[in-house]
Design a protein around this ligand. Sequence first.
Ligand SMILES: NC(=O)c1ccc[n+]([C@@H]2O[C@H](COP(=O)([O-])OP(=O)(O)OC[C@H]3O[C@@H](n4cnc5c(N)ncnc54)[C@H](O)[C@@H]3O)[C@@H](O)[C@H]2O)c1
Length: 436
Amino acid sequence: MKQALFDKISDRSSVICVIGLGYVGLPRLIGAINCGYPCIGIDTDLSRVDSLNRGKSYIGHIDVAGLHTAILEGTCQIMGNFTSAANADVIMLCVPTPLNRFREPDLSFVTGAFESLSAHLHVGQLISLESTTYPGTTEELLLSKINELGLTAGEDVFLVYSPEREDPGNPDFASGSIPKVCGGVTDACLEVGVHFYSQITEQVVAVSSTRAAEMTKILENTYRAVNIALVNELKIVADKMDIDIFEVIRAASSKPFGFKAFYPGPGLGGHCIPVDPFYLTWKAREYGLHTRFIELAGEVNTSMPDYVIEKTVHGLNLLGKPVNGSVILILGVTYKKNIDDLRESPGIELIRSLSEKGACIRYHDPHVSALHDIPKPGSEMHSVELTVSTIRQSDCVIIATDHDSVDYSLLEMASLVVDSRGVFSSTSDQCMVIRA
Ligand SMILES: NC(=O)c1ccc[n+]([C@@H]2O[C@H](COP(=O)([O-])OP(=O)(O)OC[C@H]3O[C@@H](n4cnc5c(N)ncnc54)[C@H](O)[C@@H]3O)[C@@H](O)[C@H]2O)c1
């Protein structure tokens, strides 16, 4: 069984199925098509299925032209149901793993997708969970369900966990060039998993278990969350001392060992860094342990939008203006630069908080033309053009995200700029710049 799947993977006759076609699954699918595999993409969001079938991307930085050609040539199918999963030899699960309202892991997308998949599982398939989750998920949730189906992992089917490391909008790393960690529930599972991933990525790092692979991903994201919190805290201290933290980071980065630069900002965003470490926090409780660094980092990072607001209030005060009634232009609303992802974005948090305080908010973002249900359910905002007159009509401009395509020299026309991204490395001669 193992050899047959091995051979199909090697000669590109194996059918690759990606479940969940979002920021992670869509590039994964495109990567598999580019490697010459026949592919199936499944997503329960029918508007996404329709969009891909029409050759339209719903994620700004992802080009789906090659995917559309594959659809037209019949080498790729995009479906809103799971029926064709029965034809798949390799199945990758790339569905969301958010927190619920109690900030506990919400694995309903993983279990839901697996439930739908169950009827189409059969002997000879490789199943890989790519969604980020706490150590133990693959064995506790998926392996037990596979056993219930009467299939034996390592003999009938092969089960691995291989975390996704996609960095949306980063031009230096495409899916295929980022090393892939892989752990299997048995040695045979690992062997098949490593064989498959080494066809579609340049380097595969095998680990001894799915739990080690799950923990690897959590370590990576916790490392980021904690270091960003550290630099956010140091930013506040440096600012009080009238030191530019960005200058300090640049200087510290000249150390060729022992220092890795992290940058402060208006808070954490995205589907990963603010969320994933809390998967471990939840699981650690089962072992009677607390994850104090994770909790503290979460506390510091979630307080950052308030810090930006405090600095905005201070800046407006210097101009003799209250927040209530001031026109504030938010520049960049996505959680990081050069992408269109709004999830957990601190820019959105700033819009909500400042609107509540009576400010008249506008925004400019080259990647987001409209905002729905922001600041309140039912409301709609549209990105304004960034022109001299828009800037002059604003009492304050807050740089929340530093997209590369924005012409920041225009901000010289602003009366007040609150810069949370270090765009202005020193205070401008022409306008008041407040570091935040
Ligand atoms: N976004 C990132 O940069 C990133 C990076 C690394 C890892 N991850 C992890 O990858 C996973 C996916 O994240 P994402 O950002 O791609 O999410 P996403 O929300 O962009 O995409 C998930 C897709 O899954 C679909 N979906 C939901 N339930 C489904 C089901 N039952 N069957 C089929 N499709 C279903 C959704 O409609 C959506 O299109 C998460 O665990 C995340 O933590 C994300």
